[in-house]
Design a protein around this ligand. Structure first.
Ligand code: 2HG
Ligand code: ZN
Length: 474
């Protein structure tokens, strides 16, 4: 460690106490590798503040010393956004000890939570107050709300409730120079100039550190029905979505596309996952309709809509969950697809979005490119059909050389993302940019937009200490 590094560590211990600063290799290790194990960084220390005042002091001190700061939440991101670089000169700032729910106002349908609160903990608090926090992610047992907001996370209820950004009423953010932006308002309407707080949503910690948020709540869900339906093809799935939206007064909360291979991978690799239907089909949807009215009509409504779709040939077979256990089993199948992919071996991931109606055409074009040009891979394309967002992923085909398959990532990614652009889509629908997609952003973003992003970055963070090299090149 350089003398300057030692000096900074000593200053951090003054601010945070000795137990608030991790420096040994074993203590730091969990903070240095991303969830997908794409990056293995190093850090001069891991700072674990307990208060906003401490975050402010830490940032002011790093700003003065020109030390890069990497905010770190639940480490569930897909693009390496929370992992420091390999230099060993950056500081990891863990938000995990800022983990209090500051208040919950049921009458205002809002809650205020520290950044380090686990998403599942917030969902539970809302439920206990007869309210509903809709953000729903496979990682909700370990991801933190600060990270969810910094990456503008999506998940399986975007169709009805929007992305993380849409659930935010207010934010508290510590700026690189240590100033605290107090924008924790719980107002639904506030047209007073630029919406500064929105810039931190999706900024992945490159502009400041989100320390708390005021989130919107909704009426508690009291009547829910979930089904797993085999569909004739992807256009049939979209037609079914339109029917369900109409039949349910637009109360479809999830509509997930699942290919046959995902059923095979999850039933093979994940304990207690079974195929919900008797026969194999090419495509399925997991759909859910939900209401806050405890009238117990959703199951009948869903059953009727699926029955009509079956008669019309859109749906080939379906299983409607009869109780919470069956519902959980269907969701387990869907939510364990990423884990099953991981267990199956090497994979390439493309988190793409196109306009919903264009998705079938995109899928035909992109799949035929894969079968003709990515011979080492097999397609595992699934995801949030209702949002036009597919995880257009590839796993190494059985017998393929994993190293060669992975080395092909840039060529495959380029072809898929170029096609996405042709369809007016996004190369990163819900997983953000992090370190992984900086080059893609440079290639695909509008030039004017990129200029403005760089201008915002230098206005907020003139010394470039906030999460250097993430989103924008350092
Ligand atoms: C999901 O929808 C997540 O399950 C992860 O966004 C997707 O692993 C993936 O590509
Ligand atoms: Zn997803």
């Amino acid at each position: 460690m350089t003398p300057a590094g030692e000096e900074l560590r000593a200053r951090l211990r003054e601010i945070l106490g000795a137990e608030g600063v991790l420096t040994t290799a074993a203590d730091c290790a969990p903070y240095l590798t991303d969830h997908r194990q794409l990056y293995h960084g190093a850090a001069l220390a891991v700072a674990r503040p307990r208060t906003v005042a401490q975050v402010s002091q830490v940032l002011a001190c790093c700003n003065a010393a020109r030390v890069g700061v990497v905010p770190h939440g639940g480490n569930t991101g897909y693009c390496g956004g929370a992992t420091p670089d390999e230099s060993g000169r950056q500081l990891v700032l863990s938000l995990q000890r800022l983990n209090r729910i500051r208040s919950l106002d049921a009458a205002n349908y809002s809650l205020v939570a520290d950044a380090g609160c686990i998403l599942g903990q917030l969902q539970q608090a809302a439920e206990d107050a007869e309210r509903y926090l809709p953000l729903t992610l496979g990682s909700q047992g370990s991801c933190q709300i600060g990270g969810n907001l910094s990456t503008n996370a999506g998940g399986t209820s975007v169709l009805r409730y929007g992305m993380a950004r849409d659930l935010v009423l207010g934010l508290e953010v510590v700026l690189p120079d240590g100033r605290v932006l107090d924008a924790l308002s719980a107002l639904r309407k506030d047209n007073t100039g630029y919406d500064i707080k929105s810039l931190f949503l999706g900024a992945e910690g490159t502009l400041g550190v989100i320390t708390a948020a005021t989130l919107k709540l909704f009426p508690k869900v009291r009547d829910v029905a979930t089904a797993f339906a085999a569909v004739a093809d992807v256009p049939a799935a979209l037609a079914l979505l339109a029917r369900l939206r109409e039949a349910s007064s637009d109360r479809v909360s999830s509509f997930e596309l699942i290919p046959r291979i995902a059923v095979e991978l999850t039933t093979r690799h994940i304990a207690h996952v079974t195929d919900p239907l008797d026969r194999a089909h090419d495509w399925y949807v997991l759909c859910e309709v939900a209401s806050s009215h405890a009238a117990d009509v959703m199951e009948e409504l869903l059953g009727n809509a699926l029955g009509a779709a079956l008669a019309d040939g859109l749906v080939l077979d379906a299983a409607v969950a009869r109780n919470e256990r069956e519902r959980a089993a269907l969701w387990r199948l869907r939510e364990s697809i990423p884990e099953a992919q991981r267990k199956d071996g090497a994979s390439l991931k493309h988190d793409i979005a196109v306009p919903v109606a264009a998705l079938p055409d995109f899928l035909v074009r992109a799949s035929s490119w894969v079968s003709a040009n990515a011979l080492q891979g097999r397609l595992v394309a699934y995801g949030h059909l209702g949002d036009g967002n597919l995880h257009f992923n590839l796993n190494a085909a059985p017998g393929a050389d994993a190293r060669r398959f992975l080395a092909d990532a840039p060529r495959v990614g380029r072809a898929i993302h170029d096609l996405v652009r042709e369809f007016g889509g996004s190369f990163s629908a819900e997983h953000g940019i992090g370190r992984l997609k900086v080059e893609e952003l440079e290639r695909y973003a509008d030039a004017v937009e990129l200029d403005l992003m760089r201008a915002v970055k230098s206005a907020f963070d003139p010394h470039g200490i906030m999460n250097p090299g993430k989103v924008l090149r350092a």
